[in-house]
Write a protein that binds this ligand. Structure first.
Ligand code: NAD
Length: 370
């Protein structure tokens, strides 16, 4: 088994607390031979600022470039509210995304049966839900030029944002979605607004052609973004992989996330292009939640989003589908057994600590792995 190089960036607040649980998991996998990982750790965010006056050092960036995957905790907190803008904790995250060219944001929405009642939708609509939104992250209307507010001759102001996509940008995000679908239920739903936007027409044409040329074995459907928003809350289980642009993806992934309940449960990934020589791709995995300063240091953080992010690392960076499935099953089993951290406990229900939840998931994984 090839040894995989992981860079662990725990960050601030609850970041290090939830990362500790993943580190125990990595050690166990190395010990049993279930995996072979070489890990390095470094500072990012406020903790990097405290030590080096920057949100991430060049040395840490070098490690990120050299690693097979970056596993990221969370950054930020009130302590760093007044640091210079370019050194604010989030600048570390943005530098990683930019320099590793992570153009594909993956946000799974998984609803564990034991937590189905925590969703704002009815249990039968969300129980067992397992979908992924693939959002284009580095193009579209958030970056297109011109992007300006100008004052007109009559004194009125006019604001412009530009939605712009090229064939290449659409193809590369499309490939991520089709490849992902092949490892899942083999279905892609592509979403745009071709009825009113030229970029939507091109998006639709490029995805259709890519499908025909390279992925005819995957089921493809197209849905207008507004209709898809409606379908997501009407019948979310009809989807497997949804691929869409930066703006629609931003909104639709938040809708999908909330189908599943707590922030402490949601993993994510950001992927770059595959290197043609090595076949490897840059990737960073992180929980959706932030550094939760309100609960940091109290042992209350839910480590499940962090575990879920590591399951994505196994699945999407290393093709370790079985191991990822087992880890996700361990999480699901532990929830079935009734274990809850405070954020997912019902009123009056006993809550366990970060460490207790982490150890329970690891113990269950050991049991599943036999
Ligand atoms: P947050 O996600 O940190 O917290 C929101 C709420 O959810 C809090 O009540 C928190 O206690 C709870 N929560 C979050 N994760 C949890 C977990 N794993 N277990 C239990 N409860 C959890 O968002 P916020 O409070 O808006 O931001 C706090 C800081 O985090 C800010 O500095 C913000 O800029 C930063 N932030 C960082 C990231 C990131 O690193 N990717 C993302 C979002 C926010």
């Amino acid at each position: 088994m090839a040894t995989q190089k992981l860079l662990l960036l725990p960050g601030d607040g609850i970041g290090p607390e939830v990362m500790t649980e993943v580190q125990k998991l990595i050690s166990w996998m190395n010990k049993t031979g279930m995996g072979s990982f070489e890990t390095e750790s470094d500072l990012v965010g406020g903790s990097a600022y405290d030590a080096h006056k920057v949100a991430i050092t060049d040395a840490a960036m070098k490690l990120a470039h050299e690693s097979d995957a970056v596993v990221f905790g969370a950054v930020g907190g009130p302590k760093w509210d007044k640091v210079p803008y370019e050194a604010r904790p989030e600048a570390g995250l943005l530098r990683l995304r930019k320099e590793l060219e992570l153009f594909a944001n993956l946000r799974p929405a998984i609803c564990y049966p034991a937590l189905a009642d925590a969703s704002s939708l009815k249990r039968d609509l969300v129980e067992g839900l397992d979908i992924v939104i693939v959002r284009e992250l580095t193009g579209g209307v958030y970056f297109g030029e011109p992007k300006e507010i100008v004052t007109l001759e009559n004194g009125e102001k006019r604001a412009v944002d530009t939605q712009v996509y090229t064939t290449h940008e659409i193809e590369r995000i499309g490939r991520v979605a089709f490849e992902m679908a092949r490892k899942r239920k083999n279905k892609v739903t592509s979403s745009e607004k071709r009825n009113v936007m030229r970029s939507g027409v091109l998006w639709n044409e490029v995805i259709t052609a890519l499908h025909k040329r390279e992925y005819p074995d995957v089921m493809l459907e197209h849905q207008l973004a507004d209709a898809l928003g409606m379908q997501l809350v009407r019948w979310p289980k009809q989807f497997d992989v949804i691929v869409t642009d930066n703006l629609f993806g931003d909104m639709l992934s938040d809708v999908a996330a909330m189908l599943t309940g707590s922030l402490g449960m949601l993993p994510s990934a950001a992927l770059g292009a595959t290197n043609e020589k090595t076949g490897k791709r840059k990737a960073m995995y992180e929980p959706v939640h932030g550094s939760a300063p309100d609960i940091a240091g109290k042992g209350l953080a839910n480590p499940i989003a962090m575990f879920g992010s590591f399951a994505m690392t196994l699945r999407y960076s290393f093709g370790m589908t079985n191991e990822a499935d087992m880890l996700e099953r361990a999480i699901s089993d532990v929830l079935d057994q009734g274990l809850r951290t405070k954020d997912i406990a019902s009123p009056g229900q006993n809550a366990v600590s970060t460490t207790e939840m982490g150890e329970a998931v690891l113990k269950q994984l050991q049991k599943i792995a036999g």
